[in-house]
Design a protein around this ligand. Structure first.
Ligand code: PMP
Length: 330
């Protein structure tokens, strides 16, 4: 019989899928590392598992303990799934702008979700940051993974994503492209690929226009999960050879094309990373092998990137886009 002991045993070892229509007219082979096939649905399953196991080893997380993290998205799902396996409780703190659907996903895994007002300053006692710190102090046996400062975040990619890419491409990868949020993916994967190839593999960060990584100040952008207004400890500034800034309009356009033309229903940061990979590929040749990492799936964005009215309201589609085509019953 073929089975695993628990769903968590399936984290990692995600496939590489060739981009066809989107790569038309470009010379390199462009491969997507499809992270939505992780059991929690995103690349963050990798860091959740490693951060928890390291905390168990160090004694920071004890049997029956509680994981407290300010997160509303993918990291929360990964942590909640691993916590279920290992018998820990989870409390996630998220701002009130986070959709009910996203909160319900976390609750479905058994997590408690504490909602904080968005409209207060970071120093206010009810702010997102202060509430999670207070919960860590007040809950006995609480441990905060802190994905923005935890070295196990990049380490998880150094030990899993990087070696997977090297072996899947039989050492032929020449360029690695990833969006930058905490910087864990690019720093850990990039470090491994640089080391194993004696510096031959080029590492390219994709960043929303306005974020600090591409020289901005954190000006608002709509693509989720990437870009920052500060420099996290988990971002290693010595890894990326180049950062490509991508507009929201281009990110969302490519995100929708990935579903329509490649059958890949993925999130907005995937479109951003692919937009950067396509721009990079314009200057490359037929022997180059570009791998672009797609962090999550598109189901969490149906009311945004994949909703024509939402897209029109931000000017990404013409105002009369009803989404209807000839033949639709209206
Ligand atoms: N895309 C999405 C959807 C994410 O949730 C994240 C994580 N914040 C990233 C990209 C960026 O990954 P990293 O934090 O490893 O830089």
């Amino acid at each position: 019989m073929e089975y695993v002991e628990h769903i968590v045993d399936l984290v990692g070892n995600t496939p590489l899928v060739k981009l066809n229509a989107l790569a038309e007219g470009l010379q390199p082979l462009i491969l997507a590392k499809v992270e939505y096939v992780n059991p929690g649905g995103s690349v963050k399953d990798r860091i959740a598992l490693r951060m928890i196991e390291a905390a168990e080893r160090s004694g920071a997380l004890k049997p029956g303990g509680t994981i407290v993290e300010p997160t509303s998205g993918n990291t929360g799902v990964g942590l909640a799934m691993v916590a279920q396996r290992k018998g820990y409780k989870c409390v996630f703190v998220c701002p009130d702008k986070v959709s009910e659907d996203k909160r319900n996903v976390l609750k479905a895994y058994g997590a408690r979700v504490v909602v904080c007002p968005t409209a207060v300053a970071p120093e206010h006692p009810d702010s997102y940051y202060n509430v999670s710190d207070r919960l860590v102090r007040e809950i006995e046996g609480a441990w905060k993974p802190n994905q923005y400062a935890n070295p196990e975040n990049p380490a998880s990619h150094y030990h899993s994503t990087g070696p997977e890419l090297w072996s899947q491409t039989e050492g032929k990868i020449t360029h690695f492209v990833a969006g930058v949020g905490t910087g864990g993916t690019i720093s850990g994967t990039g470090k491994y690929l640089k080391e194993v190839s004696d510096g031959r593999v080029q590492v390219i960060g994709a960043d929303p226009e306005g974020s600090v990584y591409s020289g901005g100040t954190g000006r608002p952008y709509l693509v989720e999960g990437v870009g920052e207004d500060f420099w996290p400890d988990t971002y290693d500034r010595n890894i990326a050879d180049r950062i490509i800034a991508v507009s929201d309009a281009d990110s969302f356009d490519i995100t929708r094309r990935l579903a329509l033309e490649e059958g890949l229903l993925v999130g907005g940061s995937c479109g951003m990373a692919v937009a950067a990979a396509l721009k990079l590929a314009e200057g490359l040749g037929p022997d180059d092998v570009v791998v672009v990492l797609l962090p999550d799936g598109g189901r969490g964005y149906l009311t945004k990137v994949f909703n024509d009215s939402w897209m029109s309201s931000y000017g990404f589609l013409p105002p009369d886009s009803s989404g209807a085509t000839v033949g639709d019953v209206l």
